[in-house]
Design a protein around this ligand. Structure first.
Ligand SMILES: [Zn+2]
Ligand SMILES: [Zn+2]
Length: 320
């Protein structure tokens, strides 16, 4: 009798411990900047890409140049991404897709995806993926014949949307797409808000100063915003003006942050414009401009910096 009581007590203790561990794993909400760069092929800033880990699910927002390399450094093999969300179709946001899709299919340690590569994006995602399937058809055929890789892991599942709203909802994670303004000719262009367990991370995508980022970013734990700045001596050059007109200046981003009041504001997609005679603005210049309109918590994103989201937001800088 005593033995069985003990056994029951021990079982309860064990199940209690398991429950605690499960809750902890379940409430895990982390964002990692995989690439914080732009089309400029800088080795210190890879193409735009952001990893979201929520509970047992992993998502990538955009797959810029080198995305699988930095995912690897973040200990996430390419094949472990559940869904790739796309913001728009500028190549700096998509050039890492074939690498992510194809490498993620390979056997361990690459992740060995066994279900379809899942892409959710605004109109245009289907054409992009259909043509990638055509472009890499020979590699796919060879690997199925030669390496006997599972065909279901290289299949592609695409969901498109043409207006803002909830685009994904599963196991407590809700992803909402919202329209942004990246310039009159650059449509569609969207940002994303990810909600999980009462917390949220918002990514502006590429955009000019936009009310919708404020609307969806208000009260977010993390508001990740793009930014672009030219050296003052270059701001009258038409080519520079064209670039800046497609993006958000640090003063404008500061206005977005000041209105949305996130727990932490973060810069990514950092575009700093100079030329061979005039140096690009420094990160200190970027901060000084932002501080003209915003005095809250601010982090200048670096590749592989991660943010643990809970009651507070904890920043981890990557140290190899
Ligand atoms: Zn871009
Ligand atoms: Zn763009």
């Amino acid at each position: 009798m005593r033995g069985s009581l003990l056994a029951i007590g021990f079982t309860c203790l064990l199940s209690g411990m398991l429950a605690t561990t499960e809750v902890r794993a379940d409430s895990h909400f982390r964002v990692t900047l995989i690439g914080t760069g732009s089309p400029i092929p800088r080795p210190d800033r890879f193409g735009p890409s952001t990893l979201i880990e929520a509970g047992d699910q992993k998502f990538l927002i955009d797959a810029g140049r080198g995305a699988p390399v930095h995912l690897w450094k973040a200990k996430v093999p390419a094949g472990k991404i559940d869904v790739l969300f796309l913001t728009h179709y500028h190549s700096d946001h998509t050039s890492g897709i074939p690498d992510l899709w194809l490498t993620g299919w390979l056997p361990p340690p690459f992740g060995q995806r066994k279900t379809a590569f899942h892409v959710i994006g605004p109109s245009g995602a289907k054409v992009l993926m259909e043509n990638l399937e055509k472009a890499y058809a020979l590699d796919v055929k060879i690997r199925i014949e030669d390496e006997k890789l599972p065909t279901e892991g290289i299949a592609v599942k695409v969901e498109e949307f043409d207006k803002e709203g909830v685009v994904y909802e599963k196991r407590g994670v809700k992803v909402t797409a919202f329209e942004v303004n990246h310039g009159d000719a650059i449509k569609p262009a969207f940002g994303y808000r990810i909600d999980y367990k009462g917390h949220s991370a918002v990514i502006s995508g590429d955009t000019r100063y936009n009310q919708n980022v404020i609307k969806y970013g208000t009260g977010a734990d993390l508001l990740i915003h793009e930014v672009a700045m030219a050296a003052p001596a270059l701001t009258q050059i038409p080519a520079m003006q064209r670039i800046i007109a497609h993006h958000t200046t640090p003063k404008e981003a500061g206005m977005v942050f000041a209105k949305a009041k996130p727990k932490l504001a973060v810069y990514t997609h950092i575009v700093l414009l100079g030329n061979d005679k005039i140096a690009e603005p420094s990160l200190d210049d970027l901060i000084a401009e932002t501080r003209q309109t915003y005095d809250g918590p601010l982090e200048i994103g670096e590749d592989l910096t991660s943010f643990e989201i809970g009651d507070t937001v904890t920043v981890h800088h990557f140290r190899p």
